[in-house]
Design a protein around this ligand. Structure first.
Ligand SMILES: Cc1cc2nc3c(=O)[nH]c(=O)nc-3n(C[C@H](O)[C@H](O)[C@H](O)COP(=O)(O)O)c2cc1C
Length: 500
């Protein structure tokens, strides 16, 4: 069964650089170790195990893959292949689906091959880039925001908080909109529609006044867009009342949505800002203006990496930093919260929700779907790892749907909403769930006891073998020990007890 926790964690292969044209695969000749490692990285380890060739050639192989690795000896490729075969494969109960029928869905009635779109960003800003995304397997693009302003971007324009290996936890950008003129962008839309008729073209637009919103919406329809996404949420355009300023003012959201809706006959999505306390006010305003759907979230206003010598935050443009938009894995919980808020709002029932914010793996995608999203977008993960992440997004989600017995995506959409309340007030407070130690995994580091002592309720002590011993009289079942254990040896117990 697909477990909630990976058997081979990403950190175990964090020295792998996910190379382009990877030397390990060229050296192997029997399988594609680079593709399999990438699947492990993107949480699709069962997909990887099921793709292994039937015969285990790794057993007698001198591992030229490891010799040719650009970090020789640092990535245990053969070991990982064997773990896929002997630890992960036996857990696989469902064969790899032979087709992608289950992934088919729609955006306001427009068919999509799968739920995955490139989010409006540089990755969907030219004909060539969109074409390559389509060829890689993306179902469509939210094209980089088109406007009639003269956009001149700053350099540098990104900054990041690094994670394990080459991963990025959070990503900040100070980028604005498409630097191409309206005419040129329309030409691109026409060519994409003509050459990729089955791919979905969602044209993101931003106007400065009613006339511009209307004109852009009309032009996008005339030039082949299937739908328009109204960018009410770019945090890097706030001066003068554009961008996220609009998303913060429901009257403007309603007014500009109505103008766009009246100017075109295709579906209109309002892309909303997370830089608000609640998103419902703007979402309901978009609905009143006639929007068919909502897209959320755009980036979150942020400051990153203040340089301790120059005192300038990053990215520094000639000695000056600026508040910019934060995206990537770090924002996923906030994005899920907003998507769930929209999904739980009965006023918005029936509106299409296109969810985004930190989607990197199929598991992230599934979380958004369970909270009510019906299509999904990704920007930062694509910028970081390339269009190729679509392979594991599709395969992992398809396998999950097959295993769960869902015939289509719509069967899982919103299932998590029944189990989520907007506040913690309604939760049971009369019982405690103790943690449980898996002794065979514990190596006696004592991290659980340190955290329990200094951040918990002093319920753990270490015995002579350095294994933690629980004092049930003190433990409140907070599970801090579960979260900090580097060995994943502390797990939630199975029995709830009544609080004395
Ligand atoms: C470099 C960059 C440029 C972006 N440009 C746009 C844009 O032009 N229009 C827009 O609506 N959103 C834009 N976004 C926001 C993304 O579409 C998306 O809403 C946000 O990044 C969250 O998704 P992610 O975590 O997958 O990146 C941009 C994001 C990044 C990182």
């Amino acid at each position: 069964m697909i477990s909630t926790e990976a058997i081979i964690s990403r950190s175990e292969i964090s020295r792998c650089m996910l190379c382009s044209d990877a030397p390990c695969t060229s050296a192997c000749g029997k399988m594609d170790p680079a593709g399999l490692l990438r699947s492990v990285w993107f949480s699709n380890e069962q997909g990887a195990a099921l793709r292994l060739p039937p015969e285990n050639t790794c057993l007698t192989c001198p591992a030229p893959c490891e010799a040719k690795c650009l970090r020789p000896g640092e990535v245990h490729i053969r070991d990982t292949m064997n773990r896929l075969r002997y630890q992960v494969l036996p857990e696989c109960e469902t064969p790899l689906p032979g087709d992608e029928e289950r992934l088919k869905c729609d955006l306001c009635g427009i068919p999509m091959e799968n739920p995955f779109l490139i989010a409006s960003s540089v990755s969907a800003s030219s004909y060539d880039m969109c074409a390559r995304a389509f060829e890689a397997g993306w179902a469509g693009v939210a094209f980089k925001t088109i406007c009639s302003m003269d956009i001149r971007e700053a350099s540098p324009r990104y900054s990041a908080l690094p994670g394990d290996g080459s991963s990025i936890i959070g990503f900040k950008n100070i980028e604005q909109l498409s630097t191409l003129g309206v005419e040129e962008n329309m030409k691109i839309l026409r060519r994409l529609r003509e050459n990729y008729p089955t791919k979905l073209l969602l044209a993101s637009i931003m106007g400065r006044n009613e006339e511009e919103w209307g004109t852009l919406a009309r032009l996008c329809e005339e030039n082949g867009a299937h739908a328009v996404e109204l960018n009410f949420s770019c945090p890097n355009m706030a001066d003068g009342g554009y961008g996220s300023d609009i998303g913060q003012v429901p009257e403007l959201v309603e007014r500009f949505t109505r103008v766009a809706k009246q100017a075109c006959g295709i579906p209109v999505l309002a892309k909303l800002t997370p830089n608000v306390l609640r998103m419902s006010e703007a979402a309901e305003a978009a609905l009143r203006g006639g929007a068919d759907g909502l897209a959320a979230i755009n980036t979150i206003k942020s400051v990153t990496n203040v340089n301790l010598h120059t005192y300038v935050s990053a990215p520094a443009v000639r000695g000056q930093g600026a508040v910019g938009g934060y995206s990537g894995s770090a924002v996923r919980p906030i994005a899920l919260r907003f998507v769930a808020e929209l999904g739980l709002n009965p006023e918005l029932r029936g509106m299409h929700i296109s969810g985004m914010g930190g989607i990197e793996t199929w598991r992230d995608a599934a979380e958004f779907l369970l909270l009510g999203a019906r299509s999904l977008q990704a920007a930062t993960a694509v910028m970081q790892y390339g269009y190729r992440i679509i392979e594991d997004l599709k395969q992992g989600l398809n396998l999950y749907l097959a295993e769960k017995g869902f015939a289509s995506l719509s069967e899982m959409s919103g299932l998590g909403l029944d189990h989520l309340s907007g506040t913690t007030d309604t939760l049971d407070r009369g019982t405690v769930l103790f943690p449980r130690l898996l002794k065979e995994r514990c190596v006696g580091c004592g991290r659980c006891a340190v955290s329990c002592a200094d951040g918990g309720h002093q319920a753990l002590r270490l015995d002579e073998q350095r294994h933690p011993v629980l004092n049930g009289g003190r433990c409140v079942g907070c599970h801090l020990c579960v979260l900090v254990c580097p060995q994943r040896a502390m797990v939630p117990g199975t029995k709830r007890i009544r609080r004395p």
